[in-house]
Design a protein around this ligand. Sequence first.
Ligand code: NAD
Length: 251
Amino acid sequence: MDLGLRDKVVVVTGGASGLGRAMVEGFADEGAKVVIADINMEAGEEVAKRLSAGGACVRALWLDVRYQESIDAMVEAVLREFGRIDVLCNNAGVNVRKQALDVTRIDWDTVMDVNLKGMFFTAQAVGRVMVRQGRGKIINTASVSAVLGHPERAIYASAKGGVLILTKVLANEWAKFGINVNAIGPGFVRTPLTEALIDTPGVEENMVARIPLGRVGRTADIVGAVLFLASCQADYITGQLLLIDGGRTVD
Ligand SMILES: NC(=O)c1ccc[n+]([C@@H]2O[C@H](COP(=O)([O-])OP(=O)(O)OC[C@H]3O[C@@H](n4cnc5c(N)ncnc54)[C@H](O)[C@@H]3O)[C@@H](O)[C@H]2O)c1
């Protein structure tokens, strides 16, 4: 299947690590021009250097999605270098896991500022570019936490539930501009965000017991869905959440 991603300009926020890094590698393999937009420049530059050495076109740009000036500067830098943005993987995220009774206002802002507010204002800034272009694809990283009430996820799940409904609203508003907005909902995937939890004795076994496909996810499991949603094969899909969770949410 031709995904038609060669030479597409793709921005991946949070592309320096975990799921974002796997997305960057997947797009680079497809011949896209990829921008890693991440607060962790050292890791972003390392990934860009490694993939560029293999012949891919990958750049790292500093981005802190909590600040509008940083989002605007990133978008301007991408436009200066590549002239357009075809795909945004709106993926940067953090987590503070706590019982609801222990959550502080600082915890709330820490997660919301990145996972919901940052995601919205990044989509808005890139959306303005895509409106001018008359086309574009946005893929927001939600989570199974957008649809499941896991304990200790009061803030994270509120943000991811917000991402889900934001995806639908943006899809609805921006369809007339030729912009598709979808979300992915990964289940548990081993990344720096989750490895301490997954490695807690007994936790992985508990998780796996509730996953019909019998294992936690790997970063590579997420990539095919993202490439598909970014591709011309998904031109008639918008406002959807694609859960990639080994069946965790089937019942
Ligand atoms: N790992 C999982 O099991 C899982 C499951 C569902 C959803 N997710 C979501 O996937 C996304 C990626 O998570 P991951 O597991 O790859 O985590 P990760 O920690 O490996 O990667 C997150 C990346 O986001 C970057 N980042 C953090 N704050 C930022 C900011 N303010 N501005 C720009 N970049 C910032 C980090 O530097 C890092 O490179 C997140 O949105 C997360 O909520 C992860």
